[in-house]
Ligand binder design. Structure first.
Ligand code: 5GP
Ligand code: MG
Ligand code: MG
Length: 179
């Protein structure tokens, strides 16, 4: 698996310290509020697991699953909710946790969908942001790292369901895409 890696973009140490900073910022911003952290499966799971342990507030978390790109590396623009939140979000402060914002299509759809359920607020925390590929305007409220327009894997992010367990964010060698 490590043989498929061309270049590490964000090391595990960088991830851990940035996630701690994000957690501290979120802790300050949401003090005294009812916070629901909503992770987008499956990519955000590792990021979210670390992030919630850095948020020193009472909170709840849940997960949403949306239709993904499958093994492809480009966006179809089609978003479908495959697994929904298990409770009402009315009056709650929702913080969507994403692995990466690319075209922005997924988040635009999710934010609109969630707003229709009358939450108190909807904000976004993403581990990675690729602003160069945006198709719709979505600005994450909290962002770990801005990265260049390259397809990345690791720390939750996959290619064909592989590489999610890498403890860093990396770019694959071209040979890794040949199946
Ligand atoms: P968007 O709707 O913003 O185009 O895409 C969001 C989703 O596409 C992300 O949550 C992620 O699952 C997937 N995605 C976008 N860019 C990358 C990337 O560079 N690597 C991987 N593994 N997934 C990506
Ligand atoms: Mg995602
Ligand atoms: Mg994927």
């Amino acid at each position: 698996m490590e043989n498929d890696i061309a270049r590490v973009l964000v090391t595990n140490e960088e991830l851990k310290s940035r996630i701690a900073e994000l957690g501290a910022e979120i802790t300050r911003d949401y003090a005294g509020k009812e916070l629901l952290v909503l992770g987008i499966l499956k990519g955000a799971v590792l990021f979210m697991a670390d992030l919630v342990r850095e948020i020193r507030l009472p909170l709840t978390f849940d997960f949403l699953a949306v239709s993904s790109y499958g093994a492809s590396t480009s966006s179809s623009g089609v978003v479908r909710i495959l697994k929904d939140v298990e409770r009402s979000v009315e009056g709650v402060h929702i913080l969507i946790a994403e692995d990466i914002v690319d075209t922005g299509l997924t988040l635009k759809y999710l934010k609109e969908n969630l707003y229709r359920r009358h939450p108190e607020s909807v904000k976004v925390v993403t581990l990675l942001d690729k602003p160069g590929r945006r198709k719709v305007e979505v600005v994450p409220d909290y962002n770990g790292f801005v990265i260049p327009d390259e397809f990345v894997v690791g720390f939750g992010l996959d290619f064909g369901e592989k590489y999610r367990n890498l403890p860093y964010v990396a770019v694959l060698k071209p040979s890794a895409y040949e199946v």
